[in-house]
Design a protein around this ligand. Sequence first.
Ligand code: PMP
Ligand code: GLU
Length: 395
Amino acid sequence: MKGLSQIASGVRASTTLAIDAMFKQMKADGIDVIGFGAGEPDFDTPDAIKEAGIRAIQEDFTRYTPTAGIPELRQAACTRLREDCGLEYVPAQIVAASGAKHAVYAALRALIDPGDEVIIPAPFWVSYFEMVKMVGGVPVIVTAEESAGFKLVPDQLEAAITPRTKVVLLNNPSNPTGMIYSGEELRGLTDVCVRHDLYIIADEIYYRLVYDGRTFTSVASLGEDVKERTILINGVSKSYAMTGWRVGYAAAPEHIAKVMSNYLSHSTGAPCSIAQKAAAAALSGPQDTVETMRKAFEARRDHLVERLNRVPGVSCIKPEGAFYVMMNIGQLIGKEIHGTVIHDGDDFADAFLKHGLVAVVPGSGFGAPDFVRWSYATSMANIDAGMDRLEAFLK
Ligand code: PMP
Ligand code: GLU
C-alpha cells in the first residue's frame, strides 16, 4: 500500500489536548487527579450568551450562513476591536472561523507557499509549529529566554530573517508564558517587520485577560504601516468561556480577508450558525462577565505564583496576562524523583501525573524543554491542592 501524506504523517498530536484527554480519562476512571493542563476557563458560558444560542435554535437559525460569518457577528467584532483596542475595521475585513485555531490556520494558508519561513518566538503555543508545517512552511524558532521575560527583542528577530522569511507569528499576551509586550516593545519588533516586508500574524486571543492594571496594545494599532501587513486573530473562547462553541475570527486587510474566506469556503465553510449568534451576543452584549472572570484569574495567578515560588527546586516568573504559568524545573534536571531521572519537562510531567496525580503540560511542545506549564483556569481549591501535591511530590 502507498504511504500516507508525508506532511500529515509528520504532524504531532497537540500536547495540550493530549494531556487534557489523559486527565479526563483518569478522572472518568475514578482517579483523584487534578488538572492544570488545557487552557480552558472553568467558568460556564454566561447565561445571556447561552440564551442567544438557544434562541437561534428555536428561531430555526440552523442553515448555512455566509462563509465569513453573519453580518451581525462581523459587525460585533468591529465594534469590540474599536472599543477595546482603538482599531478601525469594517465587516468586510472580518473573517469568522471555527475557532481562533482555524483562523490562525487559514491565515497561514493565505500567506504561505511551500518553503516559506515563519518566525515563531519560543516558548510558543504548540499548534503554531505544527500548523506552519501543515501548510508546507518552515518554522524558524527564536528563543526568548526566561531572563528576558520570555520576550523577543528586535535584534533577535532581525538575526533570524532570511530571504525566505514571510511571516512573524506574535502571540500577545502569550500562551504559554503569560507575558505581555508593551506598545514600545512591539513597535521595536514591527519596525523590523516593516523594514523587511514581512507579514505579521498577531494572535491576541488573550487580550482581555491582563493583570496589575496593565493596558493592552494591539499590534494593529501601532500605525497603518503595521496594520496593512497584519492579520489579527481573536475569538470568544477565552474571554467568554466559550471553548466548545468554536468561534474565532481574523481581522485583516480586505484582500487578505477575501483569500482566507475563499479558502474556508472549501474547507469548513462558515462556523456553526447557532454558535455565531451566541458569539455575536457575547461580543455586543454587556461585558461585565469578562471583568468578573478576569478578576478571578488575577487572584488565582497571585496565589499560584506565590505558593509555587515557595517550593524548593522550582520557580516561575510572574506572568502578566492569559492564564498560564511556566514553571522552571532546571534545578531538577538530572535528579531522581520517585524512581524517574528527570531529563526534561516530559519526564517531570509524566512522573508528576503518575506519582503526584497532577496534570501539567510539558514544555517540550512549547519549545521550552526545561519548563512545564500550569494553567490556572481552575478553582482556588484546586490550586491549593495542586501546590500541596507539588510540595509532597518534591519532598
Ligand atoms: N491561540 C492561542 C494562543 C490559544 O491558546 C488558543 C487556545 N486553544 C487558541 C488560539 C485557539 O482558541 P479557539 O480555537 O478555542 O478559539
Ligand atoms: N489553547 C489551549 C491550551 O493551550 C487549549 C488547548 C488547545 O487547543 O491547544 O491549552
